[in-house]
Write a protein that binds this ligand. Structure first.
Ligand SMILES: Nc1ncnc2c1ncn2[C@@H]1O[C@H](COP(=O)(O)OP(=O)(O)O)[C@@H](O)[C@H]1O
Ligand SMILES: [Mg+2]
Length: 203
């Protein structure tokens, strides 16, 4: 797989500056990429863990555009529909090799760990709480259960570790969206201890 990838020491340092700036002015100013360099942050995790909510807050703080990977994949890289599971089958490999990713972005989606990025953030949520979040999105019981089970089996986190070096899991169960974003910023700054979560006991 070959995808656009911009990881250099230089970019990393720029990202750190950006975070310091954010702390000083409490996120009221939007930073431009020209001033601070390029970074790609993938926000992945089982549906319902809060990716889109966190991505929107993060994008305002960092001044980065959001690539909605699900939209991109379903519009341009869908192969067929699995009617029984009410799901589109997409060609992820073709997407990451053919799509020209920008130099900097937040990539929001439960497949975003397949995009090579500077940081992969895996949002986690305890299965019982995830069930409630998915039901509040009016998902069918079948789809809800399928995703809750995937979270309990640590599937996305497992895939993310296989695909990338800089992987940070964040347990969102008892965190507000703003606290989740604080942790993402710490990860980018190198201040978040990498921690693995195992929700198998909730099966
Ligand atoms: N940190 C959080 N704590 C509690 N609920 C949250 C949190 N983040 C998001 N939510 C809620 O959970 C649901 C799923 O969030 P969403 O951002 O759409 O998840 P995803 O994009 O991962 O599918 C929404 O109802 C949202 O308001
Ligand atoms: Mg979403």
């Amino acid at each position: 797989m070959s995808v656009y990838f911009s990881q250099t020491e230089h970019f990393f340092i720029d990202t750190l500056n950006l975070y310091e700036g954010y702390k000083m002015i409490c996120g009221t100013r939007i930073y431009t990429s020209e001033a601070y360099g390029a970074v790609i942050v993938s926000i992945t995790g089982t549906p319902g863990t809060g990716k889109t909510t966190a991505s929107k807050i993060l994008s305002k703080i960092l001044g980065l555009q959001i690539i909605n990977l699900n939209e991109l994949l379903s519009n341009e890289f869908a192969i067929e529909r699995d009617a029984e599971r009410d799901t589109l089958i997409v060609d992820v490999e073709r997407a990451v090799s053919e799509f020209q990713f920008p130099k900097e972005a937040i990539v929001d989606g439960h497949l975003s760990h397949f995009v090579r990025s500077n940081f992969v953030i895996v949002l986690r949520c305890k299965p019982k709480n995830l069930y409630q979040r998915l039901q509040s999105k009016a998902w069918s019981v079948n789809k809800t259960e399928e995703n809750v089970e995937a979270e309990a089996l640590n599937i996305i986190a497992g895939e993310a570790y296989e695909m990338n070096d800089k992987v940070f899991e964040i347990d969102t169960t008892n965190k507000t969206p703003n606290e989740v974003v604080e942790d993402i910023l710490k990860a980018i700054k190198g201040k978040l201890k990498s921690q693995k979560y195992d929700f198998l006991e909730y099966l």
